[in-house]
Design a protein around this ligand. Structure first.
Ligand code: GTP
Ligand code: SPV
Ligand code: MN
Length: 588
């Protein structure tokens, strides 16, 4: 560890090095320093909470600057940017040379998942961003207890190196959000290391999250026979007190945090939260897949989060200890974003720092603005969250943001067919990544930007998981909260009403809900999806929301075939066969 730290310090030449111990005094000192520097504003109206606005060009993940530097290009596959490790290292060596000059280099020992897990997943993030330090303290278990655990466990950890890439010359004044126009988010899956340059934002810079817990972990999981997935985990209890655990994979900004914190609208049903973004699933001795949430905090989409849509998140935020990024500021020292309250404040400071009124026209909060909040704040947190072995998963939901074609809910035919449906998951793009918003793209298992190796091999890995001897597999479902009517309105009220879909899923797994077969899979039989008490929502409206339309599916099938062709020869034959069978069932 010391050799690693020395090597990075020699390369990046910081003014000083600080170990993150996690003590309160250290945290307070970092907060004060960030307030002094103008990076953070201390919020008068939220306990122990801060507001940051980033550089306007550093607001989201940068997928076109993200690389999987596996030994071979084939190893990275058709969906990842690739560069040979040696070539990338040469570039990185150039960029990181002296990149921390005039700054403090922080050393953050962290663990993804439980510190007492059978296989604790340690990392050391080296960063020159105190904002990243503060965020990592919320998002992961960090500090001296982790350092001691690394020592106890033989000293292995994933090397994570991060620099905002903004060295300071002697006497040069700093800016509030240092970053660099040039950005590289790079992963070396064989070496299990991560190098990130130029961005201070979320998934680009908090290296325990997407870089480690998904990209590197998915490569490890492939080698070791488990799954590292972009999934929420929730606990559902029916009125009889029976419990089922559900995991759901939706692409970025497609509803994981909201579903993870759902407040059911059906009497007697209870939902509790285990995770809102990432799930690691391993087989237990009973053959079931057990999921843990490797994170320690939430990095949630702010816009659309309000007392009417996600009251649980609002209560979590009220408990304090938050870092908000790129939301709007109220005149009395609080935060605001579109969708938080019914009434819009008359005056705000927007995410760019400008005066804002409802007449301004532009959004006050950036569409990818975020709240960063300790998960322990979540009032619906399930006690099992403390269990390093995780919870047994009964159902996996795949879903995306589609205006047409995809039904509100359907059950897939079996594991292989479920893997097929996951592999063709599609969604309209969101503001969570830089680029055009609202274009339909395939996002397999909601992992398109996060698979640390060849996507075809990843599909095969899912099939292998299904073929594991003695496996008691979860049932796989497909959902779509975002289907629209001809006027462009949502066909389904969504949010807390999604509990009705969860109830159907629960009862399908329990064997008590009816379904009807169609060429795609199994849809809710009439009366089996509970819309009791859902004001103004008729059985006809439900029928429309769950409908499978042959003409839409004919178009979809063609696009699925194009997608598989695009992915090349690593796509398993078993999945190509699913396409052929679907074509046959559809009579096309
Ligand atoms: P990442 O953190 O980027 O991975 O996103 P996420 O999958 O956790 O998405 P999140 O729950 O934060 O929701 C993203 C956006 O979708 C928010 O603006 C929500 O208000 C909106 N949303 C979530 N659930 C629903 C729903 O059921 N219906 C509708 N119409 N919108 C929803
Ligand atoms: C996502 O984009 O899926 C997120 C936010 O959860 S980030 O941490 O930036 O990846
Ligand atoms: Mn996410």
């Amino acid at each position: 560890m010391l050799a690693f730290i020395k090597r990075i310090a020699t390369l990046t030449t910081p003014d000083r090095i600080e170990w993150i111990t996690g003590e309160d005094a250290q945290r307070t000192a970092i907060e004060d320093q960030l307030v002094e520097a103008g990076t953070l504003v201390r919020l008068k109206k939220k306990k122990d909470s801060f507001y940051a606005k980033s550089d306007p060009d550093d607001v989201a993940r940068v997928e076109d600057r993200t690389y999987i530097c596996s030994e071979t290009e084939e190893g990275a596959g058709p969906l990842n940017n690739w560069m040979a490790p040696a070539e990338m290292k040469e570039i990185l060596n150039g960029l990181f040379t002296g990149s921390m000059k005039g700054r403090t280099m922080y050393v953050i020992p962290f663990v993804m998942g439980h510190i007492d897990a059978t296989h604790p997943a340690f990392g050391i993030e080296i960063t020159d961003s105190p904002y990243v330090v503060l965020s990592m303290m919320i998002m992961a278990r960090t500090g001296t207890p982790v350092l001691e655990a690394i020592d106890r466990n033989g000293g292995t950890f994933v090397e994570c190196v991060h620099s905002v890439g903004a060295p300071l010359e002697e006497g040069q004044a700093d800016v509030a959000w240092p970053c660099n126009e040039t950005k590289y988010i790079t992963h070396f899956p064989e070496e299990r290391s991560i190098w990130s340059f130029g961005s201070g934002y979320g998934g680009n810079a908090l290296l325990g999250k997407k870089c480690y817990a998904l990209r590197i972990a998915s490569a490890i999981a492939h080698d070791e026979g488990w799954l590292a997935e972009h999934m929420l985990i929730l606990k559902l209890t029916n009125p009889e007190g029976e419990v089922k655990y559900i995991a759901a994979a939706f692409p970025s900004a497609c509803g994981k945090t909201n579903l993870a914190m759902i407040e059911p609208t059906i009497p007697g049903w209870k939902a509790e939260t285990l995770g809102d973004d990432i799930a690691w699933m391993r087989f237990g001795e009973d053959g079931q897949l057990y999921a843990v949430n490797p994170e320690f905090g939430l990095f949630g989409v702010a816009p659309g989060t309000g007392y009417d849509t996600n009251p649980t998140a609002m209560h979590a935020i009220e408990a304090g200890g938050n870092v908000f990024t790129n939301v709007a500021l109220t005149d009395d020292g609080d935060v605001w974003w579109e969708g938080m309250t019914e009434e819009t404040p008359a005056h705000l400071t927007d995410w760019r720092g400008n005066d804002w009124t409802p007449e301004s026209g532009a959004k006050a909060a950036h569409p990818n603005s975020r709240f960063c909040t300790p998960i322990s704040n979540v009032p619906t947190l399930a006690p099992e969250w403390q269990n390093p072995d995780g919870v047994p998963i009964s159902a996996i939901l795949f879903g995306g943001r589609r205006k047409t074609t995809m039904p509100l809910v359907m059950q897939t035919r079996d594991w292989t067919n479920g893997v097929f449906m996951g592999s063709v998951l599609s969604s309209e793009t969101t503001a969570a990544a830089v680029g055009q918003v609202g274009v339909v793209r395939r996002d397999p298992m909601a992992m398109r930007p996060f698979i640390g190796y060849n996507v075809g091999d990843y599909f095969q890995h899912w099939l292998n998981i299904g073929a594991t001897e003695g496996a008691q597999l979860p049932k796989i479902f497909y959902v779509n909260w975002f289907r629209r009517d001809e006027e462009g309105g949502f066909l389904w009220p969504g949010f807390s009403e999604n509990s009705r879909v969860l109830k159907w899923v629960f009862e399908r797994v329990a064997g008590t809900a009816e379904a009807v077969e169609n060429p795609i899979g199994f849809s809710p039989a009439e009366g089996s999806l509970d819309i009791d008490g859902l004001e103004g929502f008729t059985p006809e409206m439900l029928a429309e929301a769950i409908s499978i339309k042959p003409d839409e599916w004919a178009t979809e099938l063609e696009s699925i075939e194009e997608w598989y062709a695009e992915l090349g020869d690593h796509v398993p034959a078993e999945l190509k066969n699913e396409v052929a069978q679907l074509r046959e069932r559809m009579g096309l």
